[in-house]
Design a protein around this ligand. Structure first.
Ligand SMILES: NC(=O)c1ccc[n+]([C@@H]2O[C@H](COP(=O)([O-])OP(=O)(O)OC[C@H]3O[C@@H](n4cnc5c(N)ncnc54)[C@H](OP(=O)(O)O)[C@@H]3O)[C@@H](O)[C@H]2O)c1
Length: 337
């Protein structure tokens, strides 16, 4: 297959996203190894994109934004093989041009990612019947982070889990996953998703001033077994969360307040990632299947055509998007907001 021309949103130097991001037209080469190249139907923007622009995980530049992707396969790598219905990534069957898949763009190792007309996916899975590709593209980052972090926390059925920041998408995913695992879940969230989270089975109270007392009221004064801290960096909350966990910092895991947690003796999920966690080849098809059945979902804040990427970046950067921010480069993925 020849390379294909694509608009891409990417950065050539480290800095604030609006200072360094630019739209360019480049050639996307054949997919290497066991990756696939897709015409992008949808990509999700995540806080991680802004961290990368600012220098997180430094490496070769330029790089793209948009890790979570759904698209139509237009070329497969030379090592993509399918055996008896199981492909090299453990997805559901072989993959061919024209198949609709979702997965992750290698935004560290490639010069562009999902915010593009065409992207190379290093992990890809068939989208099950009944699941909209835009919904599929909401899943990878939030599901992976929530599921792996709960696994690291050794969450047992019957344990009481506080998900602080469940209106953030990793927290929203974590509430659903923890409830499926039999935990009793208390969540802090703003009003946008309170009804959703209660509908899943969580008890919900607002974050902000007075949060610890409101959580204590929900537990009848008892300590929380485990706390998952999920909103974007919000200095000063961890001491309250540790107090709610009986004063034991090892019962508190954060995904975002890294340095504060380390200083207080609390846990940071990325410090503990290890082989043996449920592989994405199991996790992502499982949650895509649940989503197709209506048993798992992530809300979409707003969708944008690729040419409106600046508006999408602005909504995500403002810190309160209230749902996933999605770019839809291909008109086939679009629907009313
Ligand atoms: N370590 C990892 O492995 C990993 C992986 C992915 C993401 N992350 C990090 O995790 C954080 C969350 O990511 P995300 O994609 O889930 O974020 P997000 O969906 O963009 O979170 C935004 C939402 O957080 C809620 N929020 C705002 N201020 C809050 C506060 N002070 N307390 C509690 N909730 C608040 C708001 O919802 P409501 O007002 O509606 O409640 C807002 O819409 C980011 O810092 C990201 O970089 C880490």
């Amino acid at each position: 297959m020849p390379s294909v021309s694509s608009r891409v949103i990417r950065f050539h130097e480290i800095g604030e996203p609006f200072d360094v991001l630019r739209e360019e037209r480049i050639e996307i080469p054949d997919p290497p190894g066991d990756s696939v190249r897709v015409r992008v139907l949808a990509t999700g923007l995540n806080p991680a994109d802004w961290s990368l622009c600012r220098g997180f995980m430094p490496g070769t530049l330029p790089r793209g934004i948009g890790c979570d992707v759904a698209g139509v396969v237009d070329a497969v790598g030379p090592d993509v093989v399918g055996v008896a219905g199981v492909d090299r990534k453990g997805g559901s069957g072989t993959v061919r041009a024209g198949d609709v898949v979702f997965g992750t763009a290698d935004f560290v190792g490639q010069p562009s990612a999902g915010a593009a007309d065409v992207a190379i996916l290093n992990r890809w899975f068939r989208i099950p019947d009944g699941l909209d590709p835009v919904q599929a593209a909401t899943l990878p980052m939030a599901v992976q982070t929530a599921a792996w972090t709960l696994e690291l926390m050794d969450l047992h059925p019957g344990a009481t889990l506080l998900v602080h920041g469940a209106g953030a998408m990793v927290g929203y995913a974590a509430v659903q996953i923890a409830l499926r695992r039999g935990a009793r879940v208390i969540a802090t969230a703003g009003p946008t998703f309170t009804a959703d989270l209660e509908g899943f089975g969580a008890r919900v109270t607002p974050y902000g001033e007075g949060m610890p007392a409101r959580v204590r009221a929900l537990t009848g004064g008892r300590d929380i077994d485990l706390v998952l801290d999920t909103p974007r960096p919000s200095p000063g909350t961890l001491p309250d969360l540790i107090a709610l966990a009986g004063g034991d910092p090892r019962r508190v895991v954060t995904i975002s307040n890294h340095e504060e947690a380390r200083n207080l003796g609390a846990r940071v999920n990325i410090d503990e990632l290890r082989p043996g966690l449920t592989p994405l080849s199991v996790l992502l098809p499982q949650y895509a299947s649940l989503a197709a059945q209506g048993a798992f979902r992530l809300p979409i804040a707003k969708t944008y055509p690729l040419e409106q990427w600046r508006d999408a970046v602005r909504l995500s950067l403002d810190g309160n998007p209230h749902g996933k921010v999605m770019l839809l480069p291909d008109a086939r993925g679009r629907h009313e907001n």
